[in-house]
Design a protein around this ligand. Structure first.
Ligand code: 5GP
Ligand code: MN
Length: 342
């Protein structure tokens, strides 16, 4: 864990400030939940906080309290720049390096280098003025709860803040089932329910928001599933044409990689999704046990993340990317064999 200048930050926040709170590109439940929870908390403390996101996030996250106040850098550039110019401190949540907001926003942010406060659980974070980094944490939302506690303000957590935090913990832990889910995570979640988070509603808002096309796209993805039993590996591909056929919308492929990991005996799963707009293949990796997909994504696919959940990209074609992926596996046959042995 890294705690850097947090006491100074606490003092700094004794006076009301103009604050910007930023999540990563392609924000997920943890990014949206943590940024909005922090915004609600800071506003309640008498600050003026504005959340900025690099780009859009899926519809199933739009119900989160305060979502309508978020500015998108790709769409509301003027408002974003104005908020940044006014800001005295900038919080970076749920990402570890500036490039994770995308190059346009990164270039704008670079000039504000002295004023960053990081709260994040990804590995190998860059250096910022104020830091609370802990790679053992289930989610940035759990860390925002801890941060509010460090500020001595747990009593300020209300229904809105609890709802935001519950959402991010739930999505980043795969509904409280990944190894990162600790007894402390459950204690935090219990407190959030006591403070007003309606757990059944939150689950339903996030997970029962499928469109008909999304389920058909899932069907296509599952019929593309391939198993490489000798490497305890399974992977899924989705081409641009298949996405188009089922009217792909942002977020439609979220969680699909987990079906590959749910196969009995499989410890390493990947999904390769062709993205014509960006000219890349976007990849998600998941693993069970000691095989680090963070390292794998960093080494070969220009990515990173956590030990058991990471992402990356490839500029090769979809087919070539899969060939590359398969060619890497023999090197890891032993690690994959023993990754999840007990
Ligand atoms: P997902 O597969 O759900 O998109 O991402 C899984 C994890 O890997 C997340 O924690 C995410 O932040 C991280 N991640 C996804 N894509 C990338 C990438 O291109 N670069 C890096 N450094 N991390 C990524
Ligand atoms: Mn996260």
């Amino acid at each position: 864990m890294i705690l850097k200048n947090i006491e100074e930050l606490k003092n700094y926040l004794q006076t009301s400030r103009n604050i910007v709170v930023i999540g990563h590109r392609n924000p997920d439940g943890d990014a949206v939940g943590s940024t909005l929870a922090l915004k609600h908390y800071l506003d309640k403390k008498g600050h003026t906080a504005q959340v900025l996101m690099p780009n859009e996030y899926p519809d199933f996250l739009h119900w989160i309290p305060g979502s309508e106040t978020v500015y998108r850098f790709d769409r509301q550039n003027n408002q974003c720049v104005k908020a940044l110019e006014k800001s005295e401190i900038i919080f970076l949540l749920d990402f570890n390096a500036l490039h994770r907001v995308g190059s346009d926003m990164e270039n704008t942010l670079k000039v504000y280098e002295n004023d960053f406060a990081l709260i994040d659980h990804h590995q190998q974070p860059d250096e910022f003025t104020y830091m609370y980094s802990d790679t053992s944490m289930s989610s940035t939302c759990e860390m925002v709860y801890n941060f509010i506690e460090m500020m001595g303000d747990v009593d300020l957590i209300d229904k809105n803040i609890a709802t935001c935090l519950y959402t991010g913990i739930m999505t980043d832990t795969g509904s409280f089932r990944f190894r990162s889910t600790t007894s402390r995570t459950h204690h935090v979640v219990a407190d959030l329910i006591d403070k007003g988070a309606e757990n059944d509603r939150i689950h339903s808002n996030v997970y029962d928001a499928n469109s008909y096309n999304r389920l058909l796209l899932l069907g296509q993805a599952l019929s593309n599933l391939q198993m490489l039993t000798e490497y305890k590996t399974a992977f899924i591909t989705l081409s641009q044409a298949e996405k188009k056929q089922f009217n792909y919308e942002k977020g439609d492929t979220e969680g699909v990689v987990n079906y590959a990991l749910s196969l009995k005996g499989i410890v390493f799963a990947a999904i390769f999704i062709e993205d014509e707009e960006q000219g890349i293949v976007k990849i998600s990796f998941r693993s069970k046990g000691s095989f680090s997909v963070n390292q794998f994504a960093r080494n070969y696919f220009d990515g990173g993340g956590h030990d058991n959940a990471a992402g990356g990209k490839s500029e090769l074609s979809l087919e070539e990317t899969v060939v590359k992926f398969k060619s890497l596996l023999p090197k890891y046959v032993k690690q994959l064999e023993t990754s999840y042995n007990d």
